[in-house]
Design a protein around this ligand. Structure first.
Ligand SMILES: NC(=O)c1ccc[n+]([C@@H]2O[C@H](COP(=O)([O-])OP(=O)(O)OC[C@H]3O[C@@H](n4cnc5c(N)ncnc54)[C@H](O)[C@@H]3O)[C@@H](O)[C@H]2O)c1
Length: 365
C-alpha cells in the first residue's frame, strides 16, 4: 500500500451515504472533513463519521485536504470544481460534469494548467458488470460489434427523492441524470462518438414531490422528460438510446450489444456487479457469463480510489474529466439535435479508458 489521498466532501445529501459506506473499504482514501450549505446536515454527517464539519470556504482552504469529492447538485458542480482547483486540490465530482460543455471546458483547462486531476462519476463502469461485458467484446466473443440498444425509463424521481427539484432543471432530466451511466458504458465499449441525432419531448404531466417534508410541493419542469437518440461511434458502431421520466410501467430496462457473431446482455450500468449474459450465433441461447474483469466488490468511490492510485503511479485515471466531457458533449448534442432537427457532429473525442483486470483492487492496480 502506498500513500493516502485525504478527501473533503462538499455536499452531503442523498448520494453521499453510498460514498461514506465505501470509504472504509478503500484504504488509499481517507475522509478528513465534510461541508454543506446545510450546516446542520454537515454537522450530523461529520458526527456520524468521526470527522470535522466545516464551511465550504474552510474545507477548500484546509491544507490537509488533497482532493475534493463534489457531491453537490448539478448546478453547483462547476463552481465547486473551479474553487477546489484554485485551492490546489484535485476534484472528483458526481455526474454530470457540468450543465454544459462551455462550463466544463474551463474546469479541464484549469486542472491541466495546475497539474491537478479532474475525475467524474459514473464509476459504476469500473465494476465487474460493465468490465466483464467489455472483456467479452474485446475478446471477440460476439465477433465484431455492430450496434447497441439502450432503453431506460421511470415515472420520475419525485416518487422517491426527498428534494427532487434539481432533476427537472438543466443538468437533470432523464438524459443528464441517467445518460451518463449508459453513454459512459457505450464509450467504454466502442470508443468515442462522432455524430448524434436526437428527438426530445416532454408531457404536460404536473410533477409534485411525493415523499419527505416537502411532499406535495409542485416541481417546475424545465427539461425534456423523454429523450431518444442515435449515436454513431468513430468505429462504425451505431447505438440507439432512449431515456425517459414518462413511463409508468415497462418490461425494460434494455441494454444489449449486437455483434456479427452474437449478442451481449449488459447489466444495469447504474450498479457495479450484476450478471452479464451472452447468446452466440451457434445456438442463440442466453447464458450467464462468469465475472472476468472489473474492480471486485466495488461501490461509489472506487473511481476516486482509482484516481488516487493513478496519481501515485503516474498513469491516467479511468473515470476522467475528459471522458465525462465527451459524454457531456454527447448529451448536449442530443438535446441540440432534438431542438434543431439537425445531425450534430461532435468536436470532442476521447480514448477508451484502460480496462480493469479481474478482481483488481483500486489501491493496488
Ligand atoms: N440521489 C441519487 O440516488 C444519486 C445517484 C447517483 C448520482 N447522484 C448525483 O449526485 C449529486 C447529488 O445528488 P443528491 O441526490 O445527493 O442531491 P441532494 O440534494 O440530496 O444533496 C445535495 C447536497 O449538496 C448540497 N449543496 C448544494 N449546493 C451546494 C454548494 N454550492 N455548496 C455546498 N453544498 C451544496 C445540498 O445542501 C445538499 O445537501 C447529483 O449530481 C446527482 O445527479 C445522485
Amino acid at each position: 500500500m502506498g500513500s493516502t489521498l485525504n478527501v473533503g466532501i462538499v455536499g452531503v445529501g442523498n448520494i453521499s451515504q453510498q460514498y461514506l459506506e465505501e470509504f472504509p473499504k478503500l484504504p488509499n482514501l481517507s475522509l478528513t472533513a465534510v461541508a454543506d450549505l446545510d450546516l446542520d446536515r454537515a454537522a450530523a454527517v461529520a458526527r456520524d463519521q468521526g470527522v470535522e464539519s466545516m464551511s465550504v470556504d474552510a474545507l477548500l482552504a484546509d491544507p490537509r485536504i488533497h482532493a475534493v469529492l463534489n457531491l453537490t447538485i448539478p448546478s453547483a458542480h462547476t463552481e465547486i470544481a473551479l474553487r477546489a482547483l484554485d485551492a490546489g486540490k484535485h476534484v472528483y465530482g458526481e455526474k454530470p460534469l457540468a450543465l454544459a460543455t462551455a462550463d466544463a471546458a474551463p474546469v479541464l483547462a484549469r486542472a491541466a494548467q495546475a497539474g491537478l486531476r479532474v475525475g467524474s462519476a459514473p464509476d459504476t463502469v469500473l465494476g465487474t458488470g460493465i468490465q466483464t461485458a467489455r472483456a467479452l467484446l474485446d475478446e471477440g466473443r460476439i465477433g465484431s460489434p455492430v450496434a447497441a440498444a439502450v432503453a431506460w425509463s421511470a415515472p420520475g424521481h419525485e416518487l422517491w427523492h426527498p428534494s427532487p427539484a434539481f432533476y427537472y432543471q438543466p443538468g437533470g432530466g432523464p438524459l443528464f441524470d441517467m445518460g451518463p451511466y449508459y453513454l459512459t458504458s457505450l464509450v467504454t465499449f466502442f470508443g468515442p462518438v462522432v455524430r448524434v441525432s436526437g428527438a426530445v419531448g416532454r408531457s404536460s404531466r404536473e410533477r409534485t414531490v411525493a415523499t419527505g417534508p416537502l411532499a406535495g410541493t409542485p416541481i417546475p419542469v424545465d427539461v425534456d422528460t423523454h429523450v431518444t437518440a442515435i449515436l454513431e461511434h468513430a468505429n462504425g458502431v451505431i447505438s440507439t438510446v432512449t431515456v425517459s421520466f414518462e413511463v409508468w410501467e415497462t418490461r425494460v430496462p434494455l441494454f444489449e450489444v449486437y455483434g456479427t457473431g452474437g449478442s451481449i446482455s449488459v447489466p444495469d450500468p447504474n450498479r457495479f456487479s450484476d450478471t452479464v449474459a451472452i447468446a452466440t450465433a451457434s445456438d442463440r441461447t442466453w447464458r450467464d457469463v462468469p465475472v472476468s474483469a472489473g474492480y471486485a466488490d466495488a461501490g461509489r468511490g472506487v473511481g476516486l480510489a482509482d484516481l488516487a492510485r493513478a496519481i501515485e503511479t503516474g498513469r491516467p485515471h479511468r473515470a476522467s474529466g475528459e471522458l465525462a466531457f465527451h459524454v457531456l458533449e454527447i448529451m448536449e448534442s442530443i438535446i441540440r439535435s432534438g431542438t434543431t432537427h439537425e445531425v450534430v457532429t461532435l468536436t470532442s473525442t476521447v480514448e477508451r479508458p484502460d480496462a480493469v483486470g479481474f478482481g483488481a483492487r483500486p489501491e493496488s492496480w
